[in-house]
Design a protein around this ligand. Sequence first.
Ligand code: ZN
Length: 220
Amino acid sequence: MLLESLRKQVLETALQMISDGLAFGAGGNVSALDRESGLLAITPSALEYQKMAPDDVVVIDKHGKVVEGKWKPTSEMPMHTIFYRERDEVGAVVHTHAPYASIFAVINEPVPLVITEAALCIGAPVRVAPYCRPGTEELARVVLDTMGAEMAVLLGQHGLITVGANLGQAYSSTIATEMSARVTFMARSMGAEPQLLNLEEVAELRQLYLRHYRPSAAKS
Ligand SMILES: [Zn+2]
């Protein structure tokens, strides 16, 4: 099976997003890039993740042509492939219907940076891309343009998409955005407006994360 280990990792991330309550059934989608071959592993369309095996994950090229797989790739494929074509540093894309982030997507308000986790993983408020119909090239272009050089963007009336150098980073950005949205929502439901992180501190935290955050052996 082509890209066996990457297909496994894509399925594991999809299952994680279901167990974390960030997508439901066959909702949301995940992809990752194999830098050596330039091919992607991407979740299939309309298949429930909990019933899937790694070979249900589809292998495509950066233009969406199926290279190996039993199923059609996710209908939201255009907003995955566009990142691999246009941003060389992107190695993984995660799209979810994370509930608290989705609240900000429907009230058309960026998710503010209120917790350190968000400063580390995403480094900037998460903007809202204007509504476009799911699965279209138009949505893919709007999402890419609204995200700019950042790691996350909200899709108007729809959900959240994050990118990263690998699946771990892309998924951490999803969690950080959702946590920031949740904490903001809860603070406001207490009648308080959360305090924003200082932007200089955000920039330094983000640099620390990029330079030093990786598994390291304990010093003996
Ligand atoms: Zn969606």
